[in-house]
Write a protein that binds this ligand. Sequence first.
Ligand SMILES: Nc1ncnc2c1ncn2[C@@H]1O[C@H](COP(=O)(O)OP(=O)(O)OP(=O)(O)O)[C@@H](O)[C@H]1O
Length: 297
Amino acid sequence: MIEVESLTKRYGETLAVDDLTFSVEPGQVTGFVGPNGSGKSTTMRAILGLDTPDAGSTRIGGRPYAELNHPLREVGALLDASGVHNGLRGVDHLRWLADSNALAPSRVPEVLTLVGLSGVAGRRIGSYSLGMRQRLGIAAALLGDPPVLLFDEPVNGLDPEGIRWIRGLLRSLAAEGRAVLVSSHLMSELEDTADHLIVIGRGRLIADTTVSDALNDGTGRVTVRSPQAEELMALLADAGGRVSADGGDALSVTGLSAPAIADLAFDAGLRVHELAPQRTTLEEVFMDLTREAVEFR
Ligand SMILES: Nc1ncnc2c1ncn2[C@@H]1O[C@H](COP(=O)(O)OP(=O)(O)OP(=O)(O)O)[C@@H](O)[C@H]1O
C-alpha cells in the first residue's frame, strides 16, 4: 500500500501540499482528484522520492522510497510521458531500464505486448504519437511487475479507444491485488474506474471516500410535480427535506429519497404526478466539494 502522512511541501511562497494524510489500499483503483494546481503531481513526486517534503512522510509497502532495494519491482509510475530520449528506439528504452534495474530481459517483450506496442517497438521514440508515448511510459511502469502503481493523468492526449484501454488496464491491475493510484482533474474520467477517491484542493484533503458513498451522500436531488405543490412543499420540509419551488407545479427536493417522498405524499393524501430522482454524477459531487478550492477560475 501507499501511505502519505502529514505531507507538506512548499515552493517559495506556494504551499503546494498542506498537511496531507491518506493511504492507498491494495486491490483497488484509488482516484486522486483535484482542480489544476491542487498538488496532485507534487504529492506523487514526493511518494516517488523525486521531491523532498518540508514536513511529513510517505511510504510504499511500509518504507520510504529511498529505502526500497529494488524500486522498479516495488513501485511503477507514469509521471511525465515526454521525459524520455527521443533518439532511442522504444524497445531500447525498456531494455536499458530492465538492464539497469536487474530485471529479466524477457519482461521487455512481455510489457510491449501488454501495452500493444510490439509492432512499433523498433521505431525511434521521437516518431511516437502522444498515445504511443503514454503506452511506452506504462510499459516502463509495469516492467518490474510491481505491486504498487502510480499514474499521473494517464489518459491525457489519448483517443476514446486509448481511454477505454487504460480504464480496463487499471481495473485489471487492481483485480490482481495491486494498489493503483491514478490522478485526474476530471472526476468523470474516474467514474467507471475508481473504487476509492482522494479529493484535494489547494494542497489539502477535501474528501477520502468510496465512489459509491460519494454518489450516495444524500445530495441526490428528486424532482416532484404535484397539483398540490404548496402543501407538499410544507410536508416535505417538515420531514427534513430541503425543498425549492422549481416553477409551476414542480419542486426540487434534496435530503429525502424518492420512495420516502412518495410515502409521505400518499400518507397525507396529496397527489403526485411525477417523481424523478436526478442521478448525481461524480462530476457534480466534485464541483460541489471543490467549489471553494479552485485556484484558477
Ligand atoms: N517545481 C515547482 N516550482 C514552483 N512551484 C511549483 C513547482 N511544482 C509545482 N508548483 C506549484 O505547486 C502547486 C501544485 O502543483 P501540482 O503540479 O502539484 O498540482 P496538480 O494538482 O498536479 O495540477 P494539474 O492538475 O494542473 O497537473 C501549483 O501552484 C504549482 O504552481
